[in-house]
Design a binder for this molecule. Structure first.
Ligand SMILES: [Mg+2]
Length: 313
């Protein structure tokens, strides 16, 4: 299929705004069952054309992605101390943070031993999707270097997620963003093969094999809709893989899976935006995205700064 190719700068904006819009829209449906959503909406377009009334307010996913972007802009790569500082500076508990993240982030704010908490709050560390939901800026900045993406995504995860599956979930989302942002034409088998090539765990590897074979958005739920990385990361990647030429379909289908809708949509939206660029995001949704402190305008500015960093010699 021919499409007018987005510029690289446009893909940076598409990635960050695509994440924020999908997170904010998905937040309205968090915890819903797929059956209830199927009853309310005929399909993805129906959901996107009839969003909930009022402003779209983003959640912890976007707030932490902003922190990752700020940290990258400050140092050109992930610096642990700067990342902690940005997470703590941006932290607003009311943005829907999970239990573990609230405890670790509050310790960062208070000067407590957040490293100990991140390692020991859950046995073996968290394998939730909290590192994957915020990692997109890493993927878009290092888009031409999968090895760098893999390493930088790991560093961006460990402040809160030390379990190998929590880390690998973030690595996969970052890599999906990076690859999508370099593609002019999407080839499904190549895309999933490139992700599987870097993948270490049997959990994600087997899930990617299933995702590559999916043919119907109604089956996305088979890949999971929960808050664990293994229950959501590949669902989001697969939603993009089914409808690469449509941001609307990609985030609409990700939300219709139900469960952790804000995060699954945020990850899918970032990948889709990186492939299609900003113009693919419906204006009526962008117009509803909150635009006060660290809102739409600020997110666009971060995308421009990340792009300049990417272009710098
Ligand atoms: Mg959230």
């Amino acid at each position: 299929m021919n499409r007018s190719l987005p510029s690289v700068e446009d893909r940076f904006a598409g990635c960050l705004l695509g994440l924020a819009v999908a997170d904010a829209l998905g937040a309205h449906f968090e915890g819903e069952s797929p059956e209830v959503l199927a009853y309310r909406y005929r399909n993805a377009e129906d959901l996107i054309q009839n969003p909930p009334a009022g402003e779209l307010r983003y959640t912890d996913d976007t707030q932490m992605a902003i922190g990752v972007a700020e940290a990258l802009i400050a140092r050109g790569q992930i610096d642990e101390e700067i990342l902690y500082r940005q997470f703590a500076a941006n932290y607003v508990p009311q943005r829907g943070y999970g239990y573990g993240s609230r405890i670790v982030l509050q310790a960062m704010v208070d000067g407590g031993d957040h490293r100990y908490l991140a390692r020991n709050l859950f046995s073996e560390g968290s394998f939730g999707n909290g590192a994957a939901m915020r990692v997109a800026p890493v993927g878009i900045l290092f888009r031409r270097d999968p090895v760098r993406i893999w390493e930088q995504a790991r560093l961006s995860a460990i402040p809160t997620h030390t379990h190998p599956l929590g880390i690998e979930g973030a690595q996969l989302v970052a890599l999906a963003v990076g690859i999508a942002s370099t593609l002019d034409v999407f080839d499904r088998q190549d895309f999933f093969a490139a992700l599987s090539e870097m993948c270490q765990s049997i959990e994600f590897t087997s899930s990617l094999v299933r995702a590559a074979c999916l043919t119907n958005a109604r089956d996305l739920g088979q890949l999971g809709n929960g808050t664990e990385a293994t229950d959501s990361v590949v669902t989001a990647i697969a939603s993009f893989g089914l409808t690469p030429d449509s941001y609307v379909q990609t985030i609409g289908n990700a939300i219709l899976v139900g469960g952790d809708t804000d995060t699954i949509a945020a990850m899918a939206g970032a990948i889709s935006g990186a492939y299609l660029g900003r113009a693919a995001i419906p204006e009526h949704l962008l117009g509803k995205l909150e635009d006060n402190y660290q809102g739409r305008t600020y997110i666009e500015e971060l995308a421009v700064k990340l792009y300049r960093l990417h272009e710098a010699p």
